[in-house]
Design a protein around this ligand. Structure first.
Ligand code: GLP
Length: 262
């Protein structure tokens, strides 16, 4: 587990973008797990910029999104299909057939979820999974109480998530879809590397519990303590509930100095 604390979210996006850029250069057919929410927008912006200015080629990259709401059309302004097109897919050269996002309907969801898992597996598995985190510690839409062995499935959003996401639905909590299809925690844990980004003081409790708290289903992201290669990229505000800030900073400085110079 690596904890990288930076002053602001822009610096987090820069580090995350470099990790992904280097990985694509080393493996052009990289399998990327993607997240939505406001946190990764800066990262997508930088990747688009790298594509446009530095010829970062996404033509063989395969992507799997973590989740999608059930019950709003794909072209709804708040669907994750729309989000991904707007912030990323419309600006890079990832072939449509390589872009996987969960469906937005209930019909045949069991079959769909199984096929989603099969597609991840047959693509060789996710190399890098980008993650945000909810105030309640969720990753994807795996809310507190989700099994660490859970797989892609339909799930119900917690009250905390409905409240947090209401801002995207004109502050109308009743307009927020109550269900989603999400990769499971078991699915996420099979990614070879996870990059979890968090910024702002609203995330400080979730981050403290995730990184330093006991591992348990009530803090879904705490499962990542058992992941062999997770990088937590957090800004000062999101880090402010951690007790070992000084250690994480020294460890990162030493890494840059002695282990993996940038
Ligand atoms: C949503 C998404 C999560 C995301 C979280 C945090 O509920 N399903 O994948 O990480 O919100 O969003 P934000 O980055 O906007 O705080």
């Amino acid at each position: 587990m690596e904890v990288i604390i930076q002053q602001n979210s822009q610096q987090l996006s820069v580090i995350a973008a470099k990790i992904i850029r280097d990985a694509i250069r080393a493996k052009p057919d990289l399998v990327l797990g993607l997240a939505t929410g406001s946190t990764p927008i800066g990262l997508y912006k930088l990747l688009v910029q790298m594509h446009q200015e530095k010829d970062l080629d996404f033509s063989r990259v395969v992507t799997f999104n973590l989740d999608e709401y059930i019950g709003i059309p794909q072209d709804h302004p708040q669907s994750y299909h729309t989000f991904m097109a707007k912030h990323f897919f419309d600006h890079v050269n990832i072939p449509k057939k390589n872009q996987f996002i969960p469906q937005n309907i209930v019909d045949n969801h069991v079959v769909f979820c199984q096929e989603y898992e099969d597609s991840i597996r047959s693509s060789g598995g996710i190399d890098i999974q980008v993650l945000g985190i909810g105030k309640d510690g969720h990753i994807g839409f795996n809310e507190p109480g989700s099994s660490f062995a859970s797989r892609t499935r339909m799930a119900t959003l917690s009250k905390s998530t409905l409240e947090a996401n209401a801002v995207h639905f004109k502050d109308d909590i009743n307009a927020v879809p109550e269900m989603a299809i999400t990769m499971g925690i078991g699915t996420i844990m099979e990614a070879k590397q996870c990059l979890l980004l968090a910024s702002g003081s609203a995330k400080k409790d979730a981050i403290a519990k995730t990184i330093e708290g006991p591992i348990g289903a009530m803090v879904p992201a705490s499962a990542l303590q058992m992941h062999p290669k997770t990088v937590f990229l957090i800004d000062e505000a999101a880090a402010s509930g951690l007790s070992e800030i000084d250690y994480y900073k020294r460890a990162y400085n030493n890494k840059i100095k002695y282990i993996q110079p940038e």
